[in-house]
Design a protein around this ligand. Structure first.
Ligand SMILES: [Zn+2]
Length: 284
């Protein structure tokens, strides 16, 4: 253990074909027909968490909840937090507020009916709450969410609010209502703010970068970080889409075979728990 701060471990439960980077080459209408692998890869992550004695927050996509309610109940029964990743993995800034409200409400109720408990947290598909879609925060307040973890305080081609707060805590919606935001973790490096806390950044860059950056957040900033990963990132056997763009293939397929071992090392080096636990001082 290198730090005593408890950090948030999160898994966005979706399959390889839901990913925004492959949306150009995989049609939504084919999702039902594709080889479904998310159950097995999620179960491998659950086993690893059990072996390491770690509790985590699983943001589950509504599509997965409909397909695998027993998987969601298993996550919940193992003592993890179940939270909401929307219904269809559509980017929020491509939806109207009306459609976003309807889909998010349906996916939250679906989860609550499945686990028999209130769902507190929300994460947008591909962190797609940006300056154009900040109206989504008002809707999350209306729907009774206690916290959100969708804002990436960086510049990126698909997401991000450069200059947004990097510190977890309460934010106000446009009407002054309060919700707690846990922004995705970033680190200051050579005068720039870099993402460092999971997903492609964890797989593509050397493990040592993640370790350095996360230690820096815990020790220099004295803050918890939030780490995220997807079940498909520990699934090197998934079908490969060679017709995707070079950048998408690079982001999606690099180091899939090394990811589970890296996650295991990370769990040994840092302390982790659920988002609900890390945010407890801010809730209520
Ligand atoms: Zn997602």
């Amino acid at each position: 253990m290198t730090a005593t701060i408890e950090n948030a471990m999160t898994i966005d439960v979706e399959d390889y074909f839901h990913v925004s980077a492959l949306a150009n080459v995989i049609s939504r209408k084919d999702w039902d027909k594709l080889e479904y692998r998310a159950e097995k890869s999620t179960e491998r992550i659950l086993q690893l968490f059990e072996d390491k004695g770690v509790k985590a927050t699983f943001f589950v996509l509504g599509w997965v909840t409909q397909r695998s309610p027993q998987l969601v109940r298993k996550i919940h029964a193992a003592g993890h937090e179940v939270a909401c990743h929307g219904l269809t993995h559509e980017l929020v800034y491509r939806q109207t507020p009306e459609v976003f409200r309807e889909e998010t409400d349906v996916s939250k109720k679906l989860l609550e009916d499945t686990i028999g408990e209130r769902v507190l947290g929300y994460r947008a598909a591909s962190y797609s709450i940006t300056r154009q879609s900040l109206w989504a925060i008002d809707i999350l307040c209306d729907l009774g969410f206690t916290y959100d973890s969708s804002i990436f305080p960086i510049a990126h081609d698909r997401y991000g609010i450069p200059g947004a707060s990097t510190v977890p805590g309460p934010i106000k919606d446009s009407r002054g209502k309060s919700i707690v935001e846990f922004p995705l973790s970033t680190v200051q490096f050579m005068g720039r703010r870099l993402p460092c806390s999971g997903g492609g950044y964890f797989r593509l860059l050397p493990y040592g970068f993640t370790r350095w950056a996360l230690r820096k957040i815990n020790k220099d900033d004295n803050l918890p970080f939030i780490f995220y990963l997807h079940p498909w990132e520990v699934d090197p056997g998934q079908p490969k889409y060679e017709n995707a763009s070079w950048l998408s293939r690079f982001r999606h397929y690099t180091n899939l075979d090394k990811c589970e071992q890296r996650l295991s090392s990370l769990l040994d080096e840092f302390r982790f728990t659920t988002v609900r636990e890390v945010l407890r001082p801010h809730l209520n």
